[in-house]
Every structure is written in C-alpha cells, then in structure tokens.
Ligand binder design. Structure first.
Ligand code: TRP
Length: 334
C-alpha cells in the first residue's frame, strides 16, 4: 500500500483591524509565504477575535475582505494553503467554549495582552477579551498544527495553548497535538518610524509612524525622509541606533541586502541618502503587491471563490476534530 507521509502543519492568524502595514508584512506575512514551501499551511483572518474590541460592522467586513486580498497579493496561495475567514468555520467558537471549561481563570488573568487591552479599552473589558487566548488555542488545536509562526508578543498566548492542550490530553488521552512556536530570526520586529522605541502599529495616531501596504509612492518616500534617527551620521547597525537599525532591517528585506552590504553602500554618505534609498526601495517593493491587490479587489468573484473554498476545507477538517472532542467530553452524538 502507498504510504503517504504527513507534511508538517503550520497555522497562523491575523486580525482584520485596519490597514495591513509593512511590519505585518515583514514580521508575519512574508514568513507565511515562505513556509508554504515546506508545510501544509492554514492561514486565518480572525474576525471573531476582532470583535473583542468594538467594531463598526461595515468597517469590519471591509477590513476582513481587504486583509484577505492583501494576503493573496503578498503571496499566500489560496489553492496550496487553506486560507480562510475564522467565522466561516463554526467549530472555532464551539471548541473555544469547551476549552474555556478547561482553562483556569488565573491563567487568563496573567496574560499581558489582556492587561494592556483592559487599559486601552477600559470602557469595554468584556468576557471575550478575557477568553481571547482560548479562542486562539481553539484555532490552533483544531487543525493538528505542528508549528505556529508568531511574533514575540504572541509567545505567551502560544504557551497557554500548549498548556490547554496538555491539560486536555492528560484527562482524555492524546486528542490534540501540542504546537511549537516558530519565531522567525530575520527582522521580526519593525519599529515605528516616528519613535523607534515603539513597535510599528496601525493604532498609532501618527500616520507617519507606519507604512501602509497601500501607501502611494510619494507618501512612502515622504515618511522615510521624516523617519526619526539619531544625531550621528554613520549608517551602521549598532546598539543604541534604534532608528537606523530599523531602517536597515527594512531595507535589508526589501532590497535583499545584508547589513554589511548596506554599511558599505552608504559609507561616507549621510542619512539623507540612506533614507531616500530605503523609501525608494520600499516603494518599488510595494508597487507590484499593490497592483495585485487592486486587481483582486476588482475581481470580487475570484476572491470570493478563494475564501469560500478555503472556508469549506477548513470546516471539513475542524468539524472532524470537534466531533472527536465532543465525544471525548461526553456529549451524545448528533
Ligand atoms: N492573536 C494573534 C495576534 O494578535 C492573532 C491570532 C489569532 C493567531 N489566532 C491565532 C495567531 C492563531 C496565531 C495562531 O497576532
């Protein structure tokens, strides 16, 4: 009989909140695209996570579609990978409920993201915000995931997912695969252009602090020209030069150059030249992605077909896992 070897599974999700920016691309999407070579990949637009903070319904729907199209424009292959919208696979909510019953209150109270969001959304500290990481655990555990590519800020949530899986397996036998974090080595953290001590973030009120994947060329160049650096003049990657380091990471990614190459290229030249080069390279880099994105957004039937088929494939797999879980905990079969 033919023996098919199981390819390892990679799972990740991204929130559909506002514009996708360059830090999302460099820190996440770029790695997602690369992982498609080696893994069976699941990528999810987590609209159910998004409603843990108040959303305008029209914006949420549009942002979800835009995030999906941007994912495809950046190179997520909707045929090779299972790329879908979280709410299209109802097992996510179902499993989250079950896992809620196996997650101690105290463990959730320790989550730094919950503590931070409770401060920034003090008027709406809802139960969903509190159990957010349980829904995330459900996302991951439904698909037998081996690895989860995430940024540093999600390590704690992944650790919680692992604890939940181990605890559940301890009671019911080996139901869930225990996932490993996959933190990319290359330039995972892109900082704000206006304040290199802070992460680049779409919730930053200063639009000069981040590069949207959809920023037009002159906006990109203008933003890099005004990027905050330091009072020296040497382009080199060194402790304490947060602004320049950040620009070097960005330039390295979009131009495919190493730090050494960049240092040599700009030896004896000032920051002005360097910033201009970074701005132009980023603009050149974004241009074909933007073209692809606008093409996809104009061909609604195609993109809709992609998320529908992704949703179907996700439902088939997640419903199977869910049936096993319900059976294990003692529900009567439907
Ligand atoms: N919480 C993640 C973030 O804010 C998004 C996310 C939701 C996710 N579900 C996931 C990431 C599952 C990895 C795996 O970035």
């Amino acid at each position: 009989m033919e023996q098919t070897t199981r390819r390892k599974i990679s799972y990740s999700g991204i929130q559909p909140s506002g514009v996708i920016h360059l830090a999302n691309y460099i820190g996440a999407l770029r790695n997602w695209v690369a992982l498609q070579e080696e893994y069976d990949c699941f990528y999810c637009i987590v609209d159910m996570h998004a409603i843990t903070v108040r959303q305008d319904p029209r914006d949420l729907r549009e942002n979800t579609i835009a995030a999906y199209a941007m994912g495809v424009a950046c190179g997520i292959d909707p045929v090779k990978s299972i790329f879908y919208i979280q709410s299209h696979a109802p097992a996510h909510g179902e499993l989250a409920w079950v896992l809620n019953c196996y997650t101690p209150f105290g463990e959730l109270g320790r989550m730094t993201q919950f503590k931070e969001k409770s401060e920034t959304h003090a008027d709406n500290i809802n139960a969903g915000l509190f159990t957010y990481p349980v829904l995330q655990a459900a996302d991951i555990l439904l698909y037998d995931s081996d690895v989860v590519p995430v940024g540093e800020d999600q390590k704690q949530h992944l650790e919680l997912s692992r604890n939940i899986a181990v605890r559940f397996n301890g009671i019911y036998g080996d139901v869930f695969r225990v996932p490993e974090p996959f933190i990319s080595k290359s330039g995972a953290r892109i900082m704000s252009l206006a304040d290199p001590a802070k992460k680049m973030s779409k919730s930053d009120p200063n639009p000069r602090s981040y590069i949207s994947m959809l920023d037009p060329r002159d906006t990109v160049i203008k933003k890099f020209k005004s990027a905050v650096t330091d009072s020296e003049s040497e382009v080199c990657f060194r402790e304490g030069k947060d602004g320049i380091n950040n620009l070097m990471i960005i330039y390295g990614v979009v131009a495919g150059k190493t730090n050494n190459e960049i240092e040599r290229e700009f030896a004896g030249r000032g920051y002005g030249d360097f910033k201009m080069a970074v701005g132009e390279s980023v603009a050149d880099f974004l241009s074909p992605i933007q073209e692809k994105y606008h093409g996809l957004m104009a061909d609604r039937a195609y993109i809709e077909g992609c998320w529908k088929s992704g949703g179907e494939r996700a439902r088939a797999i997640s419903n199977r896992t869910m049936a096993t879980v319900l059976e294990k905990v003692g529900m009567v079969r439907r």
